[in-house]
Design a protein around this ligand. Structure first.
Ligand code: FES
Length: 216
């Protein structure tokens, strides 16, 4: 099991606490119940240890297993998700502190069809083991959302916190380039993948299949 977020956190607004009933192994840690907005859908978390990391809750409680558990220490990038559009190491964030944040996981970009970034990564980096790709994909989506023509240096910089043991960095630079071109074409034609975070806070996309369907 992954590291669970370090020091216990205070519940964020919207997280309700309880006494130690339900705390892990009876050590008296407080338990909380709260709701997370994941891929545009509300996700209830009940009677959880307050110190559980967002990585643990997403994977083990909610089943979003495309968020990968690598180092558990913020060093490998495998667990990268978007919080309010910002790449975030889910292993370093207490889940109870992510209430009212729009959380986006790789699943929302894979089903019903792979988006431009997922398709480009499959084409250029599909020969590797694939463990790092979901996190790298989230990082590239955040980059391309603010810059559709990133320089090779910009791609290297944002991927500097991601560890890949299979493939050279040129593969990811090529994937970023292809994804940027595909996104640009999609924008011209009105077909580009629409990021999930636009509706995540309000649950506008709940029930559309954009959020909860894809579990890998
Ligand atoms: Fe979070 Fe490695 S598992 S950075």
């Amino acid at each position: 099991m992954s590291a669970e977020g370090g020091q216990p956190a205070q519940p964020a607004d919207g997280a309700s606490g309880s006494d130690s009933a339900g705390s892990p192994e009876g050590f008296g840690w407080p338990a909380v119940s709260y709701e997370l907005a994941v891929n545009g859908s509300p996700q209830r978390v009940a009677d959880a240890w307050i110190g559980e990391s967002l990585l643990f809750v997403l994977r083990e409680r909610l089943g979003f297993t495309a968020v990968k558990d690598g180092c558990g220490e913020g060093e490998c990038g495998a667990c990268t998700v978007l919080m309010d559009g910002q790449p975030t190491a889910a292993c370093l964030v207490p889940a109870a502190a992510a209430v009212d944040r729009a959380i986006e996981t790789p699943e929302v970009h894979a089903v019903p069809r792979p988006d431009e970034v997922a398709a480009a990564l499959a084409a250029h980096a599909g020969a590797g083991c694939g463990f790092c790709l979901p996190g790298i994909g989230m990082q590239l989506r955040a980059l391309l959302a603010r810059n559709l023509k990133p320089s090779p240096a910009a791609v290297r910089e944002v991927l500097s916190g991601h560890r890949c043991r299979c493939l050279p960095p040129e593969r990811f630079a090529a994937a970023a380039d292809d994804a940027a071109q595909a996104l640009a074409r999609g924008h011209e034609q009105g077909l580009a993948h629409v990021p999930a975070q636009a509706g995540a806070r309000t649950g506008e996309q709940a029930g559309t299949g954009a959020g909860a369907g894809a579990r890998t």
